[in-house]
Design a protein around this ligand. Sequence first.
Ligand code: UN1
Length: 511
Amino acid sequence: AASRLALVEGMGKFSLPLVDAKPLGAGLSFKGAGRAVLSPVDGRTVVGSVADTPLDQVGAIFDQAAKGFQRWSRTPVEERAAAVSRLGDLLEANRDRLMAILAREGGKTLPDGIAEIREAVDFCRYYAAEARTLFGEGTLMPGPTGEENRYRHRGRGTFVCISPWNFPLAIFLGQVTAALVSGNAVIAKPAEQTPLIAYEAIRLAYEAGVPQDVLFYVPGDGSVGAALVKEPRVAGVAFTGSTETAWAINRTLAEKRGAIVPLIAETGGINAMLVDATALPEQVTDDVVMSAFRSAGQRCSALRLLFLQEDVADKLIDMLKGAAAELKLGDPADAAADVGPVIDKEARDKLLEHVAVMRTSEKLVFAGKGPQGGLADGFWVAPHIIELSGPEKLTAETFGPLLHVVRYKAKDLPKMLDTIAATGYGLTLGVHSRIDATVKTVVDRLSVGNVYVNRNMIGAVVGTQPFGGSGLSGTGPKAGGPAYLTRFALEQVVSINTAAAGGNASLIAMA
Ligand code: UN1
């Protein structure tokens, strides 16, 4: 609690507007007024402004990036890794300012904001360390005497990174740093709703030593993202957001005739948790409340569909109602707030519409209270619990603090698993059971990327719990895991007849 108060005090040092952002990168000069970025907390406070990228600049940005790439891809990996690692240090040093922007622009509560800054720092350090092993001189492969086979990785070219508003610092920088340490030039488009924190992150990256012709900050709406993806010189795209948009990007990339361009997509999920009669009720309650309502449910990993075995369902629903009623909605800059606003009006209207439809056909068992005092114009959605007559009633991802509950009979477990599989998504899954065989049955049946047993199902830790799904949930490889960087790089094998070269293989001391 003391550290939360220190943080509130630290944040208070920065006055509004916090950031006036404009496109950044070599050769870009931008004049003209920006649009105001308003806080979701009250729908009014001007947090800063951003000048979006004119579409006619896209070609020139790719010209610059192509030049930057030539040098950066030959820069020793140690230098690239050192810059990214230094960025991690600068994020830590600027924690209070970053927290102020996350709270005001993104509606992030203190625990969420701190966790997000931590995650961004972890990405920087983890990818820097991974790059040092992956992108050094390469690996000597086995082969006959008189021949050297060296397997190595290099950058691909100019990578486009398109990131979401729900982790506007961590996911934004996760993509950017992975592409950078791998030797690519990077054009980064932040989400339309959260350009300010991204601007701040890019400025710190320059300060850390990333050259301005290697990293470009290109704010704007979907039309900017579409123009970037359409550009013939794109070497790869990293995208986190909706499945729909991932498909649209894939279609555009499929049209290119200059190359077959890779897409790394991380998308949504209809994430389930199964709770059987042997589960520990207090623990289930804590874990469900955290997984469904923390971050106002605005995580792709969040719990949407909770399966309760019927013998324990009444008791658990009661406990969940009690715990959800304790959550305090409030201004994220207030140390006592547990749940902040949702991101914008469109998100709020869509969620409330879902509740309105569900309460007529299904059973609304809990609706939380809104925030107190002066925040009525903000984008607030209180936690809700909706009991469904069957799991198939939830047909789409609901990106907010709405939890759906289904009762099941023990003998119907296989049928429930079939319905989860039938959604086509495969991101996160929770299981609460003290029977090993049940846990194994559930885990083996579902092609889900991240499975959490007897614990909450959010907050994957970089380097420890590599994160990402399959099916409608994404392409892989997992962010924060050992396979991620390889996808940003191209593989090259150099085979040398060392006998012919007079036994001197070291002409390929490559970085
Ligand atoms: C997302 O919400 O877009 O494990 C993905 C977690 C986070 C989820 C990030 N890594 O909760």
